[in-house]
Design a protein around this ligand. Structure first.
Ligand code: ADP
Ligand code: MG
Length: 703
C-alpha cells in the first residue's frame, strides 16, 4: 500500500513547473502540500471553449460570460488606491472594457495589443458601457474541431494568488502535468465493486481524471456523482464502524429487569397515559440497556413531545437494577425545574434525588458528592458541573443529556472515566435535527424519534406583527391574562454586548409595566446577569402562577415548562434564528388551552429574517423547520456541528445531496453489519484505504 500511495505523497515542489517559490504559495494559500492535495483540489467549474458569446449580447441581466476578441489597447489610469489597468477588447459585434485593480504589473506582461484573447468574467456596466472587472484572460486558441478536451477546468484560487499571476486556469496546467504521471494503480479503488455495479458508479481513477478533465459534460457529471458518493460513503463507513464495533465489542452494564420502582411510578404516580411514541422509545431503551453493550442513543423529539418522562422512567429502570443516574441540563433554570418536577413525582418513592449546579453551596455540594460516592443518592440532576472530575459515583449506570445535541464525542468520552464499565448515554435534543445532519454529525449514535405530541394539544397559532402594532398585542395579552392565562415577553440576547441586552430588557420591562399598571398584575423578570437564586425565585413565581407575566431574555429558551402559559410574544423576532424561535414557541401550547405566538419585528427586516418569520407562521412541525434551517444556514452554522469533522466534505453537501447520502448510509450499514472487521476479500480495498487515511488524518483518535 505504501508503495502504491507514494507518488501522491510527493511534495508539491517536485511537480514539473512548480518549484519552491510557487510551492510555498500553494501551501500557504490553498493548503496544497503534496501531489495528492493537488489531485483533490477540484475545479469549481469548467470552461466550455466551444461556447463563445458576442459582446453585443451583453445586457444588464447578463451574469458571467465568455467572449473572444482582439486587444485594441491598454493603459494604466489613476493614482494610488484608485490606480487601475483598463483595456479594450473588440469582437465582430462590439467593444468591451476590461479592468484590473490588482496584479497590474503581472497582467500587463501578458497583454499584447493586436493579439486574440479568450476572456471570461462577470459583466457589469460602467458609465453605461459593458465592462468586466478582473476577467480571466488567456491567449485565444480555437478549440479542436473534434471537441476533445474542450472542457477546461477552472480551480478555486485566492485573490493573493491571482495577484501573483496564478489564476484558476493556471492550476489546471499543474493538474495536467500530474495526470501525465499517474496510472490507475496510483488512485486505487476504495468502494467495493458490488456497490459500484449496483449504483452504476464510475471507477475511482476514471472519476478523478474526469472531474478534472472531462471528455464530455455527461462524464463530468458522472465523475462528480462518484466522488460525492465516495466522500459520503467513507464517512458513513467510519461512523457505522464506531457504532457497530461498540455494539459488538464494548461492554455495558446490564439493566436486566423492570422492577418495583419503574412499575410503581408507572402504575401509581404517572399523571397521564404515555403516548405511543413514548412507549416505543422506552422499549428501544430497554432493549439497548439489557444487551450488555453500552447504549449511545440520540432521542429526537419535538418541543413538548414529552421527553422528560422518558428520562425519568429510564432512570428508574437503572435504579431497579442497582445503578445511579445523572440528568444533565444546559441551564440552571432547567436543571432546577427538572429537579422540582422529578422530586414531586418521586416524593412517595424510596429514591434520593439531588440538584448539583455551579451555584450549589459548598456544604451542600460536599453532601452530594459524598452521597454519590456512597450510593445514598440515586439520581443527580445538574448542569455541566456534574461531569467535573471531582464528581465520582459509586455505581453510575445511566447518563441523560437533556435539550442539547452539543454534547459531543469528547464530552461523552469524559463519562467513561466515571465508571469501570461505561454508563449508558441518552442524549435528548433541544430541537429536531434534519435526518441528513443527524446521519452525518451524529451517525455513530443509535437514534429514536418521538414524532407524536401528547393528546389534546392544539397547534399554536403564530402571527407576525410590526412593532407599531404593539398596543393591540398588549390588549390581546391582557384578555388572555384576564382568562387566567400567563404570558411571556422575550427579548433577544445581543451577542456583542451583554450590557446592551440588559438595557434592552430593562426598557422592555418598563414598557410592559406601563401597559399593565394595575396592582393585580405581577411581573417576573429573568436574565443572565441575575444571581442563580434570584433567577430561580423569579422563575418559580411564574411557574406557580404567582406572576402572570414573564419578561426575559433567551435564558428561558430551552425546556421550561409552564403549561398554563398561552401567549409568547417575541420582541425583535428578526434577530432570532429559526430553531431558537421554534424553541421559544415551544414554551406555549403545553397545556390543553389554545395558545398564541406573536412575532414582533421592525418594518425593515432582512430578506432572510422575513423568510424565517414566514416559515414560523406556516408550520409548527419542528422537523420541517429544522430542514429549512439547514437549507438557509448550511450545515456549518448549525450549532455544535462545526467541530464535528464529520461534515468536512470537499464537494458533497448534506443539503443538496440527500439522496446520495441515503444511498451511502444504506450501503455502509449493510457492509459493516455483515463484516464489521472488513475482513472479507470484497472489502479489502476499502479496509486498506481506511488504514491509509487513518495515518494521514489521525482519524483513529476520534473513534
Ligand atoms: P419536552 O419533550 O419538550 O421536554 P416535556 O417533557 O417538558 O416535553 O413535556 C411537555 C408537557 O407535556 C409536560 O407538561 C408534560 O407533563 C406533558 N406530557 C408529557 N407526556 C405526556 C403524555 N403522554 N400525556 C399528556 N401530557 C404529557
Ligand atoms: Mg424538555
Amino acid at each position: 500500500m505504501s508503495e502504491l500511495a507514494s507518488i501522491l505523497l510527493t511534495p508539491i515542489e517536485y511537480l514539473k513547473g512548480v518549484g519552491p517559490l510557487r510551492a510555498d504559495m500553494l501551501k500557504t494559500e490553498l493548503e496544497i502540500f503534496t501531489f495528492g492535495d493537488l489531485l483533490e483540489h477540484f475545479p469549481h467549474r469548467h470552461i466550455d471553449k466551444t461556447k463563445v458569446n458576442s459582446i453585443s449580447e451583453i445586457n444588464p441581466q447578463t451574469d458571467y460570460i465568455q467572449i473572444a476578441g482582439t486587444l485594441l489597447n491598454y493603459e494604466t489610469v489613476g493614482e494610488g488606491r484608485g490606480k487601475r489597468l483598463v483595456a479594450q477588447l473588440r469582437d465582430r459585434t462590439g467593444i468591451i472594457e476590461l479592468a484590473w485593480f490588482q496584479g497590474i504589473t503581472w497582467v500587463v506582461k501578458s497583454l499584447h495589443v493586436g493579439s486574440d484573447y479568450l476572456v471570461f468574467g462577470k459583466t457589469g456596466f460602467f458609465n453605461g458601457k459593458p465592462q468586466i472587472v478582473h476577467p480571466e484572460i488567456e491567449p485565444y486558441v480555437r478549440a479542436n474541431a473534434d471537441g476533445k478536451n474542450f472542457l477546461e477546468p477552472v480551480y478555486p484560487t485566492t485573490e493573493k494568488l491571482k495577484a501573483r499571476g496564478f489564476n484558476g486556469r493556471q492550476l489546471g496546467k499543474f493538474t495536467y502535468t500530474l495526470f501525465s504521471l499517474l496510472q490507475p494503480k496510483d488512485i486505487p479503488e476504495n468502494i467495493p465493486s458490488e456497490v459500484l455495479e449496483k449504483l452504476k458508479l464510475m471507477n475511482r481513477f476514471e472519476a478523478y481524471r474526469n472531474i478534472h478533465f472531462p471528455a464530455s459534460v455527461q462524464l463530468s457529471e458522472q465523475s462528480i456523482r462518484r466522488i460525492k458518493f465516495e466522500e459520503l460513503f467513507i464517512a458513513q463507513i467510519r461512523l457505522q464502524l464506531v457504532r457497530l464495533q461498540r455494539h459488538k465489542v464494548s461492554r455495558g452494564v446490564v439493566f436486566e429487569k423492570v422492577g418495583d420502582l419503574f412499575n410503581t411510578l408507572y402504575a401509581k404516580y404517572l399523571p397521564f397515559e404515555l403516548t405511543g411514541a413514548q412507549k416505543r422509545v422506552l422499549k428501544e431503551i430497554r432493549a439497548d440497556t439489557g444487551r450488555g453493550h453500552q447504549m449511545n442513543r440520540l432521542l429526537q423529539g419535538d418541543v413538548g413531545s414529552g421527553k422528560t418522562i422518558v428520562a425519568l422512567l429510564s432512570m428508574l429502570l437503572a435504579a431497579d437494577n442497582g445503578y445511579q443516574s445523572c440528568l444533565m441540563a444546559p441551564t440552571e433554570i432547567l436543571a432546577q425545574q427538572h429537579y422540582t418536577g422529578l422530586s414531586e413525582l418521586l416524593k412517595e418513592m424510596p429514591v434520593e434525588i439531588a440538584l448539583l449546579t455551579g451555584s450549589t453551596k459548598a456544604k451542600e455540594r460536599k453532601r452530594i458528592l459524598k452521597g454519590l460516592l456512597e450510593d445514598t443518592i440515586h439520581f443527580v440532576v445538574g448542569t455541566h458541573a456534574v461531569i467535573e472530575d471531582s464528581v465520582q459515583f459509586k455505581n453510575l449506570g445511566l447518563v441523560i443529556v437533556d435539550e442539547q445535541h452539543r454534547f459531543g464525542v469528547a464530552q461523552r468520552a469524559r463519562l467513561w472515566e466515571k465508571a469501570t464499565v461505561p454508563p449508558h448515554v441518552l442524549v435528548m435534543t433541544a430541537t429536531p435535527i434534519p435526518r441528513t445532519l443527524a446521519m452525518t454529525a451524529y451517525g455513530d449514535l443509535d437514534y429514536s424519534v418521538m414524532d407524536e405530541l401528547p393528546p389534546g394539544r392544539q397547534p399554536v397559532t403564530t402571527v407576525h406583527r410590526y412593532e407599531t402594532a404593539r398596543a393591540s398585542v398588549m390588549d390581546f395579552a391582557r384578555t388572555e391574562i384576564d382568562k387566567g392565562r400567563q404570558v411571556y415577553f422575550i427579548y433577544p440576547l445581543i451577542e456583542e454586548s451583554l450590557k446592551l441586552s440588559y438595557e434592552d430588557l430593562m426598557q422592555g420591562y418598563e414598557q410592559v409595566k406601563s401597559f399593565f399598571p394595575e396592582p393585580k398584575f405581577h411581573i417576573s423578570m429573568v436574565h443572565g446577569r441575575q444571581p442563580g437564586v434570584q433567577k430561580e425565585t423569579n422563575m418559580q413565581r411564574f411557574v406557580s402562577g404567582d406572576t402572570q407575566i414573564m419578561v426575559s431574555t433567551t435564558v428561558i429558551e430551552v425546556g421550561v415548562n409552564v403549561p398554563n402559559a398561552s401567549v409568547m410574544v417575541i420582541e425583535s423576532a428578526e434577530k432570532f434564528g429559526l430553531s431558537q424561535l421554534h424553541q421559544l414557541r415551544g414554551r406555549v401550547g403545553r397545556g390543553t388551552e389554545k395558545s398564541f405566538c406573536i412575532l414582533l419585528t421592525g418594518v425593515k427586516a432582512s430578506k432572510e429574517a422575513r423568510e424565517r418569520i414566514k416559515i414560523m407562521c406556516a408550520t409548527n412541525d419542528g422537523f420541517k423547520i429544522a430542514e429549512k434551517d439547514l437549507e438557509i444556514r448550511g450545515p456549518g452554522d448549525i450549532e455544535g456541528t462545526r467541530q464535528s469533522g464529520a461534515l468536512n466534505f470537499k464537494i458533497a453537501s448534506i443539503v443538496n445531496d440527500k439522496a446520495l447520502l441515503e444511498l451511502a448510509r444504506t450501503e455502509a450499514e449493510r457492509i459493516v453489519s455483515e463484516d464489521v472487521e472488513l475482513g472479507l476479500a470484497k472489502n479489502l480495498q476499502l479496509k486498506v484505504f481506511l488504514h491509509s487515511q487513518k495515518r494521514k488524518n489521525g482519524w483513529g483518535k476520534i473513534s
